[in-house]
Design a protein around this ligand. Sequence first.
Ligand SMILES: [Zn+2]
Length: 241
Amino acid sequence: MAVAETRSRPSDDGSSYARHPKDLDASHGTFTTPDLSAFCFLDDHGLTVTGQEISPDKAVLECRVTDRDPFCRGCGAEGVARGTQARRLAHVPLGWRPTTLLVRVCRFACSSCGTIWREDTTAAAEPRGKLTRAAVRWALEAVVCQHLPVTRVAESLDVSWHAAGDAILAEGRRVLIDDPARFDGVTTIGVDEHVWRHTRLGDKYVTVIIDLTPTREKTGPARLLDMIPGRSKHAFKTWLS
Ligand SMILES: [Zn+2]
């Protein structure tokens, strides 16, 4: 909401001006009914929140697949529900509180052809993924844009270091591979070195290469161009060639 402000000309001695703020208490926003699923980015994950369990240090949201599809993948006949299986997914830590989804996935059996299947949850996460798609995006941004260590990201998601690290690298690659034109118009790049993992044999590094053209030209935020294993100097030299 814009606050209209008018200023009078300075008085003769130049000491004062008057402010007339308007519309300070009037809202022109359009409110809709509160919707926890939408608030938690779950409407585009194909999930509906059905319950919550909130404690000071973590939140669990019980969910179901929004669009129930009981029809057989084999013959098209309507299947019979055969109970549910729970799938746990780490979600975006809303308010920095680890937030886990407990998705009750229905199993169906077809009495005509014997096919057994589970509801499709690929909109919410990769088939064997431990993080929701929104959580993977959050984690990648946390590391690349906010410079959080992977340990801290894993802690916020309440997953293992490996689960967080693997998901971040996979998402980084996916975002890049899907965009072959990513180098078009790049004039300024930034190189950022992260300690990826402390090991007994020494630290392992990943070098993040960022397109700073949009920030320099004030047209938008910096973009991730690539993530490569190794320390910045050597990795960057290899990358450039
Ligand atoms: Zn069937």
